[in-house]
Write a protein that binds this ligand. Structure first.
Ligand code: NAD
Length: 276
């Protein structure tokens, strides 16, 4: 029960890494606010937690909306009286990404595979609006959630922990499209900046930079031609994708007192991707 008595807010808690984190945190005693832009998914996570004997509440939050983020923080305060932990798992891989819409994601990925043969076209065909959409969810969303939740944390004076979800793409340009890698490297810098600003308030801010984890976001990778797929897995010494619980466990460590001397750090659960 490493989070007993704590209140945790998880953005993007409706699916994938956010859902696994919300469930893990609740199993460790936290009362969890599950926030997502897709209400049904957030509600489903919240029910899963309740069914396992945990405490959770869900709230609508579009990561790009300052108002929604403030409502999310207010919901946590009204429901559970405090915020001790924030995990920002809301994110997109490409513009228009909808978690679970495999048909749309497949269409996007099929187009993207053309860039394997003509890499320059990834730059030449990029639309500024598409770039901004991804930056908005991944970067603005992280900033807005941190702003909204840090306010009551600073005011309460009890410290706390913020865990952002970056990616190996924060450091490696091959790990995603242009908007994605830019957004994730910016999330990593934001994490370090916030760590310095919030350390005097006793709030630790760390990032997780996952490798390829088996969620809706990465399911299209299997569509790669066989030689490319073999090459893809050869870049991961452990030879497999990770599973969401492996990220949830990392988030649990960073959110808990066991990580009391960690701030401004990024942990890479990536199966060895960064050993090169
Ligand atoms: N899966 C991976 O391999 C991997 C690796 C590195 C980083 N990440 C990051 O982890 C985070 C979670 O991704 P995932 O793999 O769990 O994908 P996922 O699709 O399973 O979950 C993403 C969640 O974010 C929500 N979301 C999307 N846009 C939102 C918005 N505007 N406002 C609020 N919620 C929104 C979705 O509804 C969904 O519930 C993302 O930031 C992603 O970039 C994933």
């Amino acid at each position: 029960m490493r989070l007993e008595g704590k209140v945790a807010v998880v953005t993007g808690g409706g699916n994938g890494l956010g859902r696994a984190t919300a469930r893990r945190f609740a199993a460790e005693g936290a009362r969890v606010v599950v926030a997502d832009v897709i209400d049904d998914l957030a509600e489903e996570t919240s029910h899963m937690i309740a069914e396992s004997g945990g405490k959770a509440s869900f709230v609508h939050c579009d990561a790009v909306s300052a108002n929604d983020n403030h409502r999310m923080a207010a919901h946590a305060l009204e429901t559970y009286g405090a915020i001790d932990v924030l995990v920002t798992a809301a994110g997109v891989s490409h513009p228009g990404y909808k978690s679970g819409d495999q048909e749309a994601s497949t269409k996007w990925f099929t187009k993207r595979m053309e860039y394997l043969e003509q890499p320059a076209n990834e730059l030449l065909e990029l639309e500024l609006d598409d770039f901004r959409q991804v930056m908005a969810v991944n970067l603005d969303g992280t900033l807005l959630a941190a702003q909204a939740c840090a306010a009551p944390m600073v005011e309460a004076g009890n410290g706390g922990a913020i865990v952002t979800i970056a990616s190996i793409a924060a450091k490696h340009p091959d790990a995603g499209p242009i908007p994605y890698v830019c957004s994730k490297s910016a999330v990593w810098m934001l994490t370090k900046k916030l760590a310095r600003l919030l350390a005097p308030s006793g709030i630790r801010v760390n990032a997780i930079g996952p490798g390829y984890i088996d969620t809706h976001m990465t399911s299209m990778i299997e569509l790669l031609p066989e030689d490319r797929l073999t090459q893809f897995f050869s870049n991961i010494p452990m030879g497999r994708k990770g599973v969401p619980d492996e990220i949830a466990n990392t988030a649990l460590f960073l959110a808990s007192d066991e990580a009391s001397y960690f701030t401004g750090e990024i942990l890479h659960p990536d199966g060895g991707y960064f050993t090169e």
